[in-house]
Design a protein around this ligand. Structure first.
Ligand code: ZN
Length: 490
């Protein structure tokens, strides 16, 4: 059994001022053909699960192209078209294949295409005809009717932080295998809800989503249900289809798939008001951290989360920490290649004047002037040890830790979401010794930090990934939609 596999992946934040170009993909993750397999083997990813299960099921994988750019602004049309052509050419040259495995994200937008995954899957469908296409998606996929129509089966993550990627890869490989074998004849129902939710409210470590997923997993125990997916959507892509959707796949029973899709979507809709958030101001958060008897307090700054397209050089929290002269505080991270160079030129142990961060746009704050001494210089490479992406190598680029007063600032060359505590530990900073750790992460950090945090505060700062849905000027999103239009019905 031969299965072609690949990815053109991006989570597009259309509010970001930083366009995503072909270089963003080539300098991000870009594996061509066979070189993709060793990179993912034994990693806690979709591809890790797929490669492992393929060995067990004697599936021969035909790797095409696997590329993913760090979340940022709208993808240039030419970048997408170049990658798409490359991808489809490889598929056409793949020889006889029995099916296709698309490891996609599901929230990619170009200058002219709102539903890029729908476009890509449709193009793959054109080539493979009625052979099965398995599409795996992130929990933040904005699933469209086209994506559901063109895929044989859609499987999304069930967790946020995304810690079940490996398991979903195993599951998807097994289902695709059974479809090709003729044991499963997939029948799918898709429902879109008029509901937009904010990342912190989508966290599956919190009771709301735990309850909803219990329901989803109960559905999956029904013998005729092949798989069920709830996608929470990515609200920072201003497209018509952003938001929550449900896809249920049954074995040769369209009516049952439709029935479960209807009842499950109605269940989620019933709970819509529970997705409202409780955000804390920076000043209040610092006060709570300083007054706490326990270490560490985490300040989660979702607004500048590079994992969702934030510039990762926002300075609102850093400035507040310097102003308040807070001790035993760490800011992870600020992406600022110029300041990294300044630190390296000064050398370890020396004091220098820095203008840190705030270089992308004023929304995320102004550069912070500070005198800091250079504590650590690193190549910024580390191995993920937390539940998310365990085993995968992280690349921060050249990295420096500078200390200004009681605040240690991790300066990186690359935009990186510091959800794994190894970001700190690889630089000699023990997180449990800190009074306060400011993380540019909305939710993913919880997988590794919740067990060691004394308290977690979701901080309200301005930004293109702000959890406050009312802070955006949506132009293309379908309306009415809850909570922007409170009277919305479903
Ligand atoms: Zn996600």
């Amino acid at each position: 059994m031969r299965i072609a596999v690949g990815c053109i992946g991006h989570e597009t934040n259309t509010f970001s001022s930083v366009p995503t170009t072909l270089d963003s993909f080539k300098n991000g993750t870009y594996y061509f053909g066979q070189e993709m397999i060793p990179f993912f083997q034994n990693t806690h990813t979709i591809m890790g699960g797929l490669t492992k299960q393929s060995q067990a099921l004697q599936i021969e994988l035909i790797p095409l192209l696997w590329t993913f750019a760090t979340p940022s602004g709208t993808v240039t049309e030419s970048a997408y078209q170049t990658l798409k052509t490359e991808f489809l050419d490889l598929l056409q040259q793949a020889g006889k294949i029995d099916g296709v495995f698309l490891d996609l994200h599901g929230a990619m937008v170009t200058d002219t295409i709102q539903d890029v995954e729908g476009d890509l899957i449709a193009a793959v469908r054109q080539i493979v005809g009625d052979r099965p296409i398995m599409t795996t998606l992130d929990l933040h996929a904005n699933i469209t009717a086209e994506m559901a129509r063109q895929s044989s089966v859609i499987i999304g993550f069930d967790t946020y932080p995304h810690i079940d990627c490996y398991e979903r890869g195993v599951e998807a490989a097994g289902i695709l295998h059974d479809i090709i074998d003729g044991e499963i004849q997939p029948t799918t129902a898709y429902r879109q809800l008029p509901l937009l939710t904010s990342p912190p409210a989508q966290c599956t470590m919190k009771p709301l989503m735990q309850g909803i997923l219990e329901q989803l997993h109960y559905l999956e125990t029904e013998p005729k249900v092949v798989t069920a997916t709830l996608s929470m959507g990515f609200p920072f892509a201003d497209i018509y289809d952003a938001g929550v959707s449900v896809v249920i796949t049954t074995n040769a029973d369209q009516e049952l798939a439709s029935h479960y899709a209807d009842t499950f979507a109605a269940d989620v809709w019933e709970r819509r008001t529970a997705f409202d958030l409780d955000l804390v101001s920076v000043e209040q958060a610092i006060k709570l951290a300083v007054n706490s008897q326990h270490k560490p307090t985490i300040l989660a700054e979702g607004s500048d989360n590079p994992g969702g397209g934030g510039p990762c050089d926002g300075t609102h929290i850093l400035q507040a920490l310097i102003d308040a002269e807070v001790q035993e505080a760490v800011v992870a991270v600020i992406a600022d290649p110029d300041s990294v160079t300044t630190a390296i030129q000064a050398g370890v142990g020396n004091e220098v004047q820095f203008e840190v961060g705030g270089k992308t746009d004023p929304l995320h704050g102004q550069p912070v002037s500070l005198t800091g001494y250079v504590k650590t210089i690193s190549d910024g490479t580390f191995i993920h040890k937390g539940a998310m992406g365990r085993g995968r190598t992280g690349f921060m680029g050249r990295t420096a830790v500078i200390k200004a007063g009681g605040v240690e600032v991790i300066l990186t060359e690359k935009r990186i979401q510091p959800y794994d505590a190894e970001v700190l530990r690889s630089l000699g900073i023990e997180p449990t010794d800190q009074k306060l750790i400011a993380l540019k992460s909305a939710v993913h950090f919880r997988a590794d930090y919740e067990p060691i945090a004394s308290q977690i505060l979701e901080v309200d700062t301005p930004g293109v990934h702000s959890p406050d849905l009312f802070s955006y000027n949506y132009q293309k999103l379908r309306r009415p939609i809850y909570p922007l239009d409170p009277q919305t019905t479903f």
